[in-house]
Design a protein around this ligand. Structure first.
Ligand SMILES: Cc1cc2nc3c(=O)[nH]c(=O)nc-3n(C[C@H](O)[C@H](O)[C@H](O)COP(=O)(O)O)c2cc1C
Length: 316
């Protein structure tokens, strides 16, 4: 598909030492560990997948309801339910290694402490089947989930420690829930991160007015989907201004035009999350939409457009 669609254009992006044949990845938590999606779309047609968060121990997650539709998107409070390091390493990773030829894999990592983050990274580092890590310091749906992403000193210490633990690509997934995401991006760069994902969900709440209780079992949850597209694009642009690291743009992407906003704002790769729940083929369509944009614009290579946003100098 990736070649057939837009065959005259080059959508590949060379980043983290490898070439992604497509700039479109599936976002963490919205495609399981890849296997769940394998019957729905040809995973090698897209650039890659980001796994569900992996923690040291398995987690059961939050009580129901865990998801609900919201205006222009959805709320989720899954609570980082996952199989844990051992099952991921022994069952999920070998499947990814066997099943994927071209699609790259980033493992999303979460922990309650720096020790736990490091234990996951150290426990996986010698294995095959994945490129690197996306470090989730930005989950609003569990107690302390954003602690690592909203405190400058804590974030810096975590990145420094993980940098020592691995030579693989280390991508930090930023939370938009701070005054200036650019400050946090700069810290990650200074401490040796290889890239940044922007952004995770925004905290939100839905009230069940008949029962007069929060609809979501956890009380609050993370808002994703089209409603957060402009915030994600803004965060990407702020990050681009504050540091040189490659950026993976995330939030509300449904089509090629949405993805192009992120790319012009400075992202070299994008992730598709909530849109896949509406149409499992969304990521493949986003790829085709980017190709169509390039053809329409008579641009041969996507790389030429990364960060190509013209902006009045006075507003920078
Ligand atoms: C059901 C669900 C589960 C998610 N789980 C994770 C997760 O485990 N780790 C993570 O870093 N982000 C997780 N996210 C956040 C997404 O990866 C993404 O950053 C966010 O949904 C914004 O993108 P979107 O608007 O395209 O969905 C989850 C999102 C949803 C909707």
């Amino acid at each position: 598909m990736a070649e057939r669609v837009g065959s005259r254009t080059d959508l590949s992006q060379t980043v983290f030492g490898v070439t992604f044949h497509s700039p479109v990845l599936l976002a963490s938590g919205t495609c399981g560990y890849g296997q769940e999606y394998a019957d729905l779309i040809p995973l090698d047609d897209i650039g890659g997948i980001v796994t569900k968060a992996v923690s040291v121990e398995p987690r059961v997650g939050n009580p129901p309801h865990r998801v609900a539709e919201t205006p222009g998107g959805m709320i989720n409070a899954i609570g980082l339910e996952n199989v844990g390091l051992e099952v991921f390493r022994n069952e999920k990773l070998p499947w990814l290694d066997r099943a994927l030829e071209r699609a790259q894999v980033l493992v999303n990592v979460v922990g309650r402490s720096a020790d736990e983050y490091e234990a996951v990274v150290s426990g996986l580092d010698a294995e095959q089947g994945f490129l690197g890590y996306e470090i989730n310091v930005s989950c609003p749906n569990v107690k302390g989930g954003t602690m690592f992403g909203t405190d400058e000193a804590v974030l810096g210490g975590l990145v420094r420690r993980l940098r020592r633990a691995t030579e693989r690509p280390l991508v930090i997934k930023l939370t938009p829930n701070v005054a200036d995401v650019g400050v946090f991006a700069k810290i990650c760069e200074s401490e040796g991160a290889d890239g940044l994902s922007a952004i995770n969900t925004f905290p939100g709440m839905v009230v069940d007015i008949d029962r007069r209780v929060p609809l979501i079992g956890n009380g609050s949850g993370g808002i994703s989907g089209p409603a957060i597209l402009p915030m994600g694009v803004y965060a990407t642009w702020r990050v681009r201004q504050s540091c040189e690291l490659p950026i993976i743009g995330i939030g509300g992407i449904r089509n090629g035009a949405d993805a192009m906003q992120y790319i012009l704002a400075g992202a070299c790769l994008v992730q598709v999350g909530t849109a896949s729940f509406v149409d499992p083929n969304a990521a493949v369509d986003v790829h085709a939409g980017i190709a169509a944009y390039l053809e329409r614009s008579e641009v041969d290579s996507l790389a030429e457009l990364v960060g190509g946003l013209a902006f009045p100098a006075a507003r920078k």
